[in-house]
Design a protein around this ligand. Structure first.
Ligand SMILES: [Zn+2]
Length: 159
C-alpha cells in the first residue's frame, strides 16, 4: 500500500486469525500493594501528596505523573472511602454484549480530599436518577473477609 492510498479494510494490514497463548500476571506495584494492604485492615483509602504540585494523588503513586517528583514516605495519607460522582452511565449489557438481568450504574467517583478518581458501581433502585454530583461512600467487605483487591469494594452507596 502506497502512502497516498486510502485504507478501506481496517483489518487487512495487521490482522490474522489464530490462537496465541497469553498468560498475564499484572502486579499492583509497590504503591498499589500498600494501598490494598491498608484496605484489608481499614475502612479508608490511602493517597499520596505531591508537594511541588500541591496535589493529592489517588490512587497513591510513588512518583507524580505531572512533575515526576518522588513521593516520600511522609507524604502518604489516609483519605475517606467516599466521594462525589463525576460521571456515570447505566450499563444494560455486560462485557460480552449480553443483556444483564439488572442494569448497573457505573460511575467515575472523585475521591474526597484528593485530586483523583476511581470507577465504581453504585447500588441503587433508582436506575434513571441523575447521579451527577451525588455523594457516595464505598461499602467494603467485612474485615477478615478482605483479600486485598478491588473486590474488597463491594459497591458504592448514595449517602
Ligand atoms: Zn507533582
Amino acid at each position: 500500500m502506497g502512502f497516498l492510498e486510502k485504507q478501506t479494510d481496517p483489518t487487512s494490514p495487521m490482522h490474522w486469525r489464530g490462537d496465541m497463548q497469553a498468560d498475564y500476571f499484572y502486579p499492583s506495584g509497590i504503591a498499589g500493594d500498600k494501598f490494598f494492604r491498608h484496605l484489608m485492615e481499614k475502612d479508608t483509602f490511602l493517597a499520596t501528596k505531591c508537594k511541588p504540585c500541591n496535589k493529592i494523588l489517588f490512587p497513591p503513586r510513588l512518583y507524580c505523573e505531572d512533575c515526576f517528583e518522588e513521593i516520600s514516605e511522609d507524604d502518604w495519607m489516609e483519605v475517606p472511602a467516599s466521594g462525589k460522582v463525576k460521571l456515570f452511565t447505566k450499563a444494560t449489557i455486560n462485557a460480552h454484549g449480553v443483556k444483564m438481568e439488572e442494569p448497573k450504574v457505573i460511575a467515575l467517583i472523585d475521591i474526597d480530599n484528593t485530586d483523583g478518581a476511581m470507577l465504581g458501581i453504585i447500588k441503587t433502585n433508582e436506575l434513571d436518577k441523575d447521579f451527577s454530583g451525588v455523594k457516595v461512600k464505598a461499602v467494603l467487605r467485612p474485615k477478615g473477609n478482605r483479600e486485598g483487591t478491588l473486590k474488597d469494594i463491594l459497591y458504592w452507596q448514595v449517602i
